[in-house]
Design a protein around this ligand. Structure first.
Ligand code: PLP
Length: 365
């Protein structure tokens, strides 16, 4: 058994174990007592060791320790993206014409309290069975338009090396698949999982990308940064997807430090997700207008590629939640706002009617 598998077997899954790491608050204690049968929880020993013993507002602790608020979410729904209606094959979600998400694992190293797939993650760790896998691969093979396959779950990297490599290889063998990528939180929650051997195996199947998930600079420990380095050094490009979480990272300064430290670790901030209206996440949701202002504060104040795209996922795909820098047209000019709040008018004459006819429509579908 590998070190990481041994570590996972010692995961924190009982109140008694959790009390070895933190002094529980009444909200946490009640949450833990009442959550059974509603939501699963589990924390890797590594991630648990990052929690502050006494501060319930610790950004690591908030992400993983159940609280009673999870059980009082009137607005939240179980499957806000209607994923279960958009699956032509069980566990395969096809929304965009050219790419699919394939949920190949139902287990994670640590269960996030705001997880979009809270309804399905479990500790049994049963990855999809051989028939479901074959069905998914057949589906992708039968759709020549699918050029990009995202393996997610759960966390695909909780499978044994050979099994992950085999799935990646089988999908890459489909001629029209140009790109395979994996979404995994293990660099953040179980860095020991990211072995050199695993990275070497995955890097054999190029082009191959990894998107990971850090939400707060406190998570970028030397161990986590080293795990990212093993991936990047093997020749696998890395992105990061965060979720905007109240009390964790709903702050321009926190996101700035997160982005800068990710870039220093050679991980490119990709998306910052609006927390879905998902059952059990009411205490994490930030008002969208506030989210837009928080991200607006990053522009011009840090490296451009340290800034993620703020998005809302919907049943119809991801929608960018952008600040409106473009203020409108004034005669032959377009008026805009710069990062520092200055106004700029760019000369930009309206095309004549015959010039306009010659231009193709930029949005074709
Ligand atoms: C997010 C997502 C993708 C990938 O979207 P990108 O914007 O290309 O990263 C693909 N399929 C589904 C169902 C998704 O939710």
């Amino acid at each position: 058994m590998n070190d990481w598998q041994e570590e996972l077997r010692n995961s924190v899954t009982t109140v008694e174990q959790l009390e070895q790491y933190i002094n529980l608050t009444p909200d946490e204690r009640e949450g833990l007592a009442r959550i059974e049968g509603v939501f699963n929880w589990s924390i890797s020993p590594y991630y648990a060791s990052l929690m502050d013993r006494d501060d319930p507002d610790c950004p690591v602790r908030r992400q993983v320790v159940p609280r009673v608020q999870e059980l009082h979410d009137e607005l939240g729904v179980w499957d806000p993206l209607h994923e279960e209606d958009q699956s032509p094959v069980k566990n395969l979600i096809h929304i965009y014409p050219d790419r699919v998400a394939f949920l190949v694992s139902s287990v994670c190293a640590t269960f996030c309290r705001f997880c979009l797939r809270k309804r399905m993650v479990d500790t049994a760790g049963c990855p999809l069975d051989d028939d479901n896998l074959a069905e998914g691969i057949d589906y992708i093979r039968s759709r020549p338009a699918v050029r990009d396959v995202l393996l997610t779950g759960g966390d695909p990297l909780l499978m044994p090396d050979e099994q992950i490599e085999e799935i990646v290889a089988r999908i890459h063998a489909i001629p029209h698949v140009q790109l395979v990528r994996i979404g995994t939180r293990t660099p953040c929650t179980l860095p020991s999982r990211v072995t050199e051997d695993l990275c070497r195996r995955l890097a054999r199947h190029q082009p191959f990308w990894i998107n990971t998930h850090f939400n707060h600079p406190k998570e970028l420990t030397p161990e986590a940064v080293a795990a990212c380095a093993r991936i990047v050094d093997a020749g696998i490009p890395m992105g990061n997807q965060s979720v905007l979480l109240k009390g964790v990272n709903d702050d321009t300064a926190v996101l700035k430090e997160l982005g800068e430290r990710l870039v220093a670790a050679r991980v490119r901030p990709y998306y910052l997700y609006q927390c879905q209206v998902l059952k059990g996440t009411v205490h994490f949701r930030v008002q969208i207008e506030r989210g837009v202002q928080i991200v607006r504060g990053l522009r011009g104040r840090t490296t451009g590629f340290a800034i993620p795209q703020y998005v809302l996922d919907t049943p119809h795909g991801k929608v960018p939640l952008n600040y409106q820098y473009l203020k409108g047209r004034q005669g032959d000019g377009v008026v805009m706002e710069t990062y520092s709040g200055k106004t700029w008018t760019e000369p930009n004459p309206v095309p004549t009617s015959c010039e306009r006819q010659a231009e193709p429509n930029p949005v074709s579908s």
